[in-house]
Design a protein around this ligand. Structure first.
Ligand code: UTP
Length: 292
């Protein structure tokens, strides 16, 4: 069944990005000139998603404003002949139909996704974390790669990224068996293992396709780490009854919710922009020489 629905959880406090995330949702922090969440929406649209549910919370209304029309601004740009900027503004609101739901108590990612139960209904759907941007090495966006894998295996598929072995203890990783090109059947999920206990270096990477049974398992998931309802815990329960797969993505993910990855993503996105590339390279070179 073709996947057309996506859920973007964006309600979290973003404590790792304080103080910036106090009044500005971390999902609205820009990478160069676009808020992180716009990249996420564009990824979904490029993969054929037609309906998005964003899970937000109090204080995150600027996300809603960003994707709504601002008639005064449009009028101002029209009067001043700024047609290119006007087209950019329209592009954001014409991208797709976005629906919003509030997560009233921030009980964790699993609870945020549970808010999407009626929106999803009985069809498979995508999840894209609202604070994580991906870049693809091929013409298919990362969530599109997962959708293709789902078409092959007709089950839930999680994105996997190979991380350096010394970093496995920061992530949830899989123990899996190769069943196709970069496709693994998941045997176990292991949350933040030590290097010695890690069954692989394949970390779960913020993009997912789930069959709707996920909601049954989210409903049974007790509070876990941080006293929150964790998506990974629901996945562990689901795996006992439903096959799940992992796809090693052809691309990278940038978790903007932590400061170092945000800095790296900003540099990498600037180096990919023709108008900034040479000057940014020259500036970095200059700064490195000054310090050596
Ligand atoms: P994180 O794991 O980064 O949690 O969420 P967080 O609470 O936002 O950030 P920290 O850990 O305090 O720094 C991953 C994604 O899930 C959303 C976040 O908005 C983010 O896009 N999320 C998280 C929710 O929607 N609700 C929650 O209760 C928790």
């Amino acid at each position: 069944m073709k996947i057309t629905k996506a859920v973007i959880p964006a309600a979290g406090f973003g404590t790792r990005f304080l103080p910036a995330a106090k009044a500005v949702p971390k999902e609205m922090i820009p990478l160069i000139d676009k808020p992180v969440i716009q990249y996420v929406v564009e990824e979904a649209v490029a993969a054929g998603i037609t309906d998005i549910l964003m899970v937000i919370s109090g204080g995150k209304q600027t996300i809603q404003e960003h994707f709504s029309r601002n008639f005064e601004l449009e009028q101002h740009l029209t009067v001043n002949g700024k047609d290119d900027l006007l087209a950019d503004m329209r592009h954001i609101t014409d991208l797709i139909n976005i629906h919003y739901i509030y997560q009233h108590e921030l009980n964790g990612l699993g609870d945020a996704i549970y808010q999407a139960k009626s929106f999803v209904g009985t069809v498979p759907f995508a999840i894209l974390l609202g604070d994580t941007v991906t870049t693809s090495n091929c013409s298919t966006p990362v969530i599109g790669q997962l959708i293709k894998a789902h078409e092959t295996c007709d089950s839930s598929v999680v994105a996997l990224e190979a991380v350096p072995p010394e970093k496995v203890s920061r992530y949830g990783v899989i123990d899996g068996e190769v069943v196709g090109d970069d496709l693994y059947r998941v045997k176990h999920f292991v949350e933040k293992p030590s290097i010695d206990d890690a069954p692989s270096n394949l970390a779960i990477a913020s993009r997912y396709i789930f069959t709707p049974e996920l909601f049954e398992f989210l409903a049974q998931t007790p509070r876990g780490k941080g006293n929150e309802i964790q998506l990974t815990d629901a996945m562990v329960l689901m795996l006992e009854q439903h096959p799940m797969f992992g796809l090693k993505i052809d691309g990278q993910r940038h978790d903007i919710g932590n400061k170092l990855d945000f800095i790296k993503a900003t540099i990498s996105f600037a180096l990919n922009r023709a108008e900034f590339k040479d000057q940014v390279k020259a500036y970095i070179g200059e700064k490195l020489r000054e310090r050596s």
